[in-house]
Design a protein around this ligand. Structure first.
Ligand code: ITT
Length: 189
């Protein structure tokens, strides 16, 4: 059996773990969730990820990543953006579809920031996925706003895709691939 190095991830979201794990496997790392203080932070994705990863590293003393992501809808001036987790919990998918009722411009993008905290500091990796908000939810896989987001280049929503297919397009997979390249260039951590 090939022994893999481990990167820990501080998150309450197992879907994130699975998506990032599937990418990091390609560069020889396993990803394991770790208990870290739950920080109810919202705001600028880079700042939130950087701060949360710094705190997680100070508690665990192990190389750890935190990922922060958001859905930015053009016709709503970028809403819900950095407040996506709160908006998902409050008005949810139905609320977003109501806000989008009658709006022709359905363009949106997902953005992901992964902060890796390690012995020499914190390094950020980012990814963006352009797409559109569909009129009705479709699919039952994934999480969050997946049933209403269709990435550019596909006719399926994220919720109609297996992880491997979502990872062809997704913001998180792009950030995770950048993390893989960094790990390879820096001979691991
Ligand atoms: P942790 O903070 O514990 O990692 P979380 O689910 O709260 O988990 P975020 O703070 O990054 O994650 O919240 C981002 C929200 O944006 C999330 O709750 C989803 O509603 C939405 N979101 C982010 N990435 C998504 C994706 O790939 N598919 C669907 N929705 C996504």
């Amino acid at each position: 059996m090939v022994s893999r190095r481990v990167i820990y991830i501080a998150t309450s979201n197992m879907h994130k773990v699975e998506e990032i794990r599937s990418i990091l496997r390609e560069c020889g790392y396993n990803v394991e969730p770790i208990d870290a203080p739950k920080l109810e932070l919202q705001g600028d994705l880079q700042k939130v990820a950087l701060y949360a990863a710094t705190v997680a590293y100070s508690v665990t003393g192990k190389p750890v990543i935190v990922e922060d992501a958001g859905l930015f809808i053009k016709a709503l001036n970028g809403f819900p953006g950095p407040y996506s987790a709160y908006v998902y919990k409050t008005i949810g998918i139905d609320g977003i579809l109501k806000l989008m009722h009658g709006i022709k411009d359905r363009r949106a993008y997902f953005y992901s920031v992964i902060a890796l905290a390690h012995s020499s500091g914190v390094t950020l990796f980012e990814g963006k996925c352009n797409g559109s908000i569909v009129n009705e939810p479709r699919g039952s896989k994934g999480f969050g706003f997946d049933p209403i987001f269709m990435p550019e280049g596909s006719t399926k929503t994220f919720a109609e895709m297996e992880i491997e297919e979502k990872n062809i397009y997704s913001h998180r997979a792009q950030a995770a691939r950048a993390l893989c390249r960094w790990l390879e260039e820096n001979c691991g951590i």
